[in-house]
Design a protein around this ligand. Structure first.
Ligand SMILES: Nc1ncnc2c1ncn2[C@@H]1O[C@H](COP(=O)(O)OP(=O)(O)OP(=O)(O)O)[C@@H](O)[C@H]1O
Length: 265
């Protein structure tokens, strides 16, 4: 369906620039002082001495990634488990500092992850209102978009679930509501992490349609997904990460073909 996207023109206005971005996690391994069991073990096996003696392990998750995203683009992020996709997305959202290199963004990117913070003890209804306010909508905007959000989420298709606490929702229902709230607003840069994977096929089609609309409204959308189909249906450009490095950056078909050749081995 990439063809349907050709009428969405990408502009020449950059929205996200990553310039040689490195991201390193520091994990406290619990060991600490020289006398700790971890440090002793490390001395015995002779590995990671400098790191573990301080009780800290470094994980270099993103290694020198450089790209520019433009307004009107939908960009898929692909790669095997642990290749750095979510980490890169969180850095673009401003939630993780870079070790070196820079992330420049135009406007405030919004990260829509499957773990986006809605409150489980509150009803779906309250979460729509609070989520809308948290995204910067006015009370009036939330009120006028409320029905649209609930309809889009499909939460009430099988009964009055929106008035029940979110903890009673299935994981797919929760993900649908999160997507519906986030998609109610036009974002300069919308970052989606696997959110589509948990909805059923009908909801996926609806959300893919909304992603295309968001692009027309001049935003930039990033989508992390293990579903090559979702990426094909929504993105016109793909970044392929492996071991934290950008292996390929190009048109969806070209990159997915190379990726599928590699993963079929
Ligand atoms: N909070 C964290 N602390 C330490 N290391 C982390 C943390 N989050 C991720 N990592 C490590 O960073 C690397 C990249 O992880 P990331 O979650 O970005 O990969 P991913 O490509 O999104 O994987 P997946 O497809 O499995 O979701 C992995 O080696 C992972 O173990």
């Amino acid at each position: 369906m990439a063809d349907t996207d050709t009428n969405i023109k990408r502009s020449d206005v950059p929205t996200v620039i990553c310039d040689d971005v490195h991201i390193v996690y520091r994990v406290n391994t619990g060991g600490g002082g020289k006398g700790s069991a971890t440090a002793a073990l490390s001395r015995i096996v002779g590995r990671g001495k400098a790191e573990v003696s301080r009780g800290v392990r470094k994980v270099h998750a993103v290694r020198g990634v450089t790209f520019t995203a433009y307004r009107g683009e939908a960009i898929g992020l692909i790669g095997s488990n642990g290749s750095g996709k979510s980490t890169l997305l969180r850095a673009v959202a401003g939630l993780l500092p870079t070790e070196s290199g820079k992330v420049y963004t135009d406007g405030q990117p919004s990260l829509l992850g499957v773990n986006a913070a809605l409150m489980n003890d509150l009803t779906g209804e309250r979460n729509v209102i609070l989520g809308g306010l948290a995204m910067g909508m006015s009370r009036e905007e939330v009120r006028s978009r409320y029905d649209g959000i609930v309809d889009f989420s499909g939460i009430n298709e099988k009964g009055d679930f929106i008035s029940l606490p979110m903890r009673t929702y299935s994981s797919g229902m929760g993900a649908r509501l999160r997507f519906a709230i986030a998609a109610a607003k036009n974002h300069d840069v919308l970052l989606i992490d696997e959110a589509l994977a948990t909805g059923d096929r009908k909801f996926q089609i609806r959300s893919e349609e909304r992603i295309r609309e968001l692009r027309k409204e001049a935003g930039t959308v990033f989508l992390v997904s293990h579903s090559n189909k979702s990426i094909r249906d929504t993105c016109d450009r793909v970044l392929w990460l492996e071991k934290g490095q950008l292996l390929m950056d190009g048109p969806t078909d070209e990159v997915l073909r190379a990726y599928e050749r590699e993963t079929a081995r």
